[in-house]
Design a protein around this ligand. Structure first.
Ligand SMILES: [Zn+2]
Length: 939
């Protein structure tokens, strides 16, 4: 029989009767197989056992995890001072006994910061869409907190090795504290981390033991208690609304099944754990800025996962992004090992390496790695409420999660404290090596020629700047690597401390480990799913569809460093024009212009064809025409104001005469009517698709959208709307959700002149029923070899399966979907003759995720205005299985079919994916605004 000895402080339980701290320690002795428990209390100071309380049998299920929730936090040898208020004292309930709402969490930290200003400082860094403040706190010794501005400034010096000598760096490394940043509950329904942040703050401030003093003597602890207050609030309010007389542990109960959309995402339903590449959300933007003021050496992103799963911490699963450096992986190993040591002490299960890879750079647990820090995700099994009955029957409590995260945080802080000089040294060395690699490798500069899409270039360079990358805009023409570039081109020299981030964000493809890919191919050959956790490509130039060159020499040209302004003021030439104004179509500035102009009630026309004006300038198809005759006397002022806000380049013209292409009175020039846009918004919509589809219209264009629940569609009068957007679905189909009456209503909406836009797999809805709205079909997987015969008898003719490969083929059902594609950047070709593609270049890039392949429309039915490139050119970035590449090639990406007086427009892949494939956004905007202009309702 083996005896496991667990020693832990449980002061909270002990101090309650007397209302003050007793220097006592409780020992739990587990006699494993017999489940016999011995409890003893020991006076810490004298070392004497005071009493042996209990010898009792207990069930296997009753272990430390079943400690009453009041017992959080629990940590050995802690000695809590009464001078620091507990959660219970401030919020009125013991920590772990209730899921705190964002306002309560904020209240607790504000009171700690107000009561102990010498040891904890609260710093606001952003505001959520719903107006909730985001903030972090920093906890440290009095000395460090008083020197905080200096410390942060010194970290910034260390982060910029080009400005200091090695000697200065050594000095800084000697004197600077280590730092850990613990970020919590980015997914708002992953509830325990936010609560653990209060446990940690309380413990660090209240514990008077030498061990905590030792940690804080050389380590600063940054805590971001709640990264997603809007999502968390959504979870908490709806969770408590479902609770009855007693909490249910049953996973079937309403308590454990959130209504749509769940609390994972923020207000615009973004998964912010994918947003660190493109910084689309205010929460992410604020965080990235704060991190670059602090440069924490260790960053923990604390999450929850499925309730049956235990606890996960580093090291991460394969594949690793090759831009992560060897000593970073070494540190991940140290941190994991020390977490494991503490988890062993407490008897907590954990696992490492099997899932949660470190390849995609847009996770919270990734981004700091490309700045030289160590970053990791921790994942606790989620009780998703107060109690959760696991598959093995054990009850997991909310407090269990709070306690385990807390222990992981303490272990992490201990590692950072123990390894402080090494971590500081590694950070400095990383940044220094990065500059060296950027000044000696094959890619020493990236150059964006910036010949079109000025708004896209402005936005991308601003985002790179927010990432801490220096981007310069050339003031004059120059040559590099044999190419000539005009003034206004953007240059990024790679000799920067962010070299690895630059390469990760700008290269077409970040290579995945060959052995890992070979393993995935083996799994597929064995009919097993792949282990790729997220998309395999995220190259920003590809996603923005902006050409970029790389050069093996640094570029030297007179230039101006760009700012982080994503929209620059536009301009009007010839403001007092006699006829009116033209705005060239083709970028988001023009799209913002038209959005604002229509909302101001201006009459705007748009040409379906390119034209050349008398002034000699060529304008692309889609260009806007605003005439004085059509509009009011204030037009010049309105143009000035709209150009400033939107960034559009407006040209005043004295005459309407064109020398090539249609005149403005042509039937090829359409009036853009201000559309009322509706969007389906509830089950079965994929919240991510619904959120980004709405976000792009509302926040990139500043144009309102009405969200409608699919259940309303059966009897709804849609005549008020001109455009209806149907997001991709995640669970269930629209056919089921809408039923025959809902689908009939949609058909009549289109026939009367509405524009129906489907995103991703919502296209399936158009193909169903007796009178489908789109004459395409979705394809099954291409079968190799002989198709299996459908036999109905229980005995069949004999067959010979010759090879293991044939055997695996045999197992695949005849009507199987193509294999799932984790996500690559696919090149697509644009039919530039069509009104739907106005202003769009001849080639665009789309993210391709999933397994949908649709047949092209015949010319009798409609047009395939964008189709995927031939197989040899299809792959623009990332990785795709060869069979899928062959099958996707030349298939439609965007289809349009006239139905009655209206238009049906299908995007077979999500054009708004994470709102970061900016090169696709103009097609989506064309579908809405130009689609509405090309429908023919009775007006
Ligand atoms: Zn999560």
């Amino acid at each position: 029989m083996s005896l496991t000895l667990l020693a832990m402080a449980d002061n909270r339980l002990i101090r309650q009767p007397a209302g003050r701290n007793w220097p006592l320690q409780r020992l739990h002795l587990f006699a494993g197989p017999l489940s016999v428990r011995l409890l003893a209390y020991r006076n810490i100071k004298t070392g004497f056992f005071m009493s042996i309380l209990k010898v009792s049998a207990l069930t296997a299920a009753l272990s430390l995890s079943a400690l009453p929730s009041q017992a959080v936090p629990v940590f050995p040898n802690s000695d809590y001072s009464n001078s620091v208020a507990s959660v219970e004292q401030i919020l009125g309930y013991p920590l772990g006994s209730r899921i705190s709402e964002p306002a309560a969490i904020k209240q607790y930290f504000e009171q700690l910061a107000a009561a102990h200003p010498k040891r904890i400082k609260l710093v606001p860094y952003a505001q959520s869409w719903q107006g909730r403040p985001l903030f972090y706190v920093v906890i440290g010794s009095e000395q460090h907190i008083s020197q905080l501005p200096d410390i942060q400034q010194q970290m910034q010096q260390l982060a910029n090795p080009q400005n200091i000598s090695d000697g200065q760096a050594e000095q800084l490394i000697e004197q600077l504290p280590a730092s850990v940043w613990i970020a919590n509950s980015l997914h708002g329904n992953e509830i325990s981390p936010a609560e653990s942040s209060m446990a940690l703050a309380y413990h660090l401030l209240a514990d008077q033991s030498p061990q905590t003093a030792k940690l804080l003597a050389n380590t600063l602890v940054y805590i971001d208690p709640l990264q997603n207050p809007d999502g968390h609030n959504r979870f908490v309010s709806r969770y408590y609304a479902t609770v009855g007389l007693a909490h249910s542990a049953d996973r079937l109960s309403a308590e454990h099944n959130e209504p749509w959309p769940n609390g994972r995402t923020n207000h615009y339903l973004f998964d912010m754990n994918r947003d660190w590449i493109s910084l689309t959300q205010p929460e992410t933007r604020g965080r990235v800025k704060a991190l670059q003021q602090v440069y924490p050496l260790v960053f923990v992103d604390s999450h929850e996962m499925g309730g049956d799963m235990g606890y996960y911490f580093s090291p991460e699963a394969e594949p690793y992004n090759p831009h992560i450096q060897a000593n970073q992986r070494q540190s991940l190993q140290w941190l994991g090992e020390n977490n494991a040591r503490w988890f062993d002490k407490f008897g907590y299960d954990y696992f490492t390496r099997e899932i949660f890879d470190a390849f995609y750079p847009g996770y919270g647990a990734s981004w700091p790695l490309y700045h030289g820090s160590i970053a990791m995700t921790y994942e606790m099994a989620s009780a998703r409420g107060h109690n959760y009955r696991k598959a093995d029957g054990e009850i997991l409590t909310f407090a269990d999660g709070v306690q385990r995260n807390f222990v992981a945080f303490m272990a992490t802080i201990e590692t950072a404290s123990q390894r402080a000089p090494q971590l500081l040294k590694n950070f400095y060395q990383y940044r220094k090596d990065a500059i060296k690699q950027g000044s000696s490798g094959a890619v020493r500069s990236f150059i964006f020629p910036a010949e079109r899409d000025s708004a896209g270039h402005t936005k991308l360079s601003a985002i790179l700047t927010e990432h801490g990358i220096t981007v310069a805009k050339a003031n004059e023409a120059f040559k590099a690597c044999g190419q000539s570039y005009q003034a206004g081109s953007y240059v990024i020299n790679t000799a920067q401390p962010t070299y690895h981030l630059i390469r990760t964000l700008l290269d077409d493809t970040v290579p995945m480990d060959k052995d890992f890919i070979a393993k995935q191919e083996q799994r597929r050959a064995n009919n097993l799913p792949d282990q790729i956790y997220d998309v395999t490509a995220w190259s920003l130039p590809l996603m923005y569809n902006l050409p970029v060159d790389s050069c093996n020499r640094a570029v030297s040209v007179a230039s101006t460093v760009v700012s982080s302004e994503r929209v620059l003021a536009g301009s009007v030439t010839n403001l007092q024009a006699e006829f009116g104004y033209i705005v060239p179509w083709g970028d988001m500035a023009a799209a913002r212009f038209v959005s604002a102009a229509l909302q101001q009630g201006l009459k705007v026309k748009s040409s379906d064809l390119p034209f050349t004006h008398q002034n000699g300038k060529q304008y692309p198809s889609g260009s806007l025409i605003i005439s004085k005759a059509d509009n009011g006397p204030q037009l010049a002022e309105q143009m000035q104001q709209l150009a400033t806000l939107s960034g559009a380049a407006v040209t005043g013209i004295n005459s309407s005469w064109v020398t090539d292409g249609p005149n403005f009175g042509s039937f090829n020039v359409k009036t853009l009517h201000k559309p009322n846009i509706a969007m389906l918004w509830d089950e079965p919509a994929n919240p991510l698709s619904a959120g980004s589809a709405r976000f792009i219209v509302e926040r990139n264009l500043n144009y309102p959208v009405t969200a409608i629940r699919p259940a309303q569609l059966t009897g709804a009068d849609l005549s008020h709307y001109q455009v209806l957007v149907v997001p991709a679905s995640s669970r269930g189909s629209y056919q089921q959700a809408l039923g025959s009456r809902g689908l009939a209503n949609l058909r009549s909406f289109v026939e009367r002149g509405g524009v129906l836009i489907t995103l991703g797999n919502a296209t399936d809805m158009l193909l169903a029923g007796d009178s489908p709205l789109l004459s395409s079909k979705r394809e099954y997987k291409v079968r190799e070899g002989d198709a299996k015969k459908a036999e109905t008898d229980s005995k069949v003719a004999g067959s010979i399966i010759k090879t293991p490969q044939e055997y695996q083929q045999w197992l695949v059902p005849e009507k199987a979907d193509p294999d799932w594609v984790p996500g690559f950047i696919a090149r697509a070709e644009v039919d530039q003759q069509h009104w739907l593609t106005a202003g769009v270049p001849a080639s665009v890039n789309s993210l391709y995720v999933g397994n949908q392949v649709y047949q092209p429309l015949t010319i009798a039915d409609g047009r395939n205005v964008v189709r995927f490139a031939p197989a040899e050119q299809l792959l623009a970035g990332g990785f795709v299985w060869d069979e899928n590449r062959q099958q996707i090639a030349n298939k439609p990406l965007v289809m349009v079919q006239e139905v009655g007086r209206g238009q049906v427009i299908s995007f077979t892949q999500e054009p708004n994916f994470r709102a970061y494939v900016d090169g696709m956004h103009l097609l989506y905007i064309n579908a809405i605004f130009r689609g509405a202009a090309h429908a023919n309702p009775l007006r």
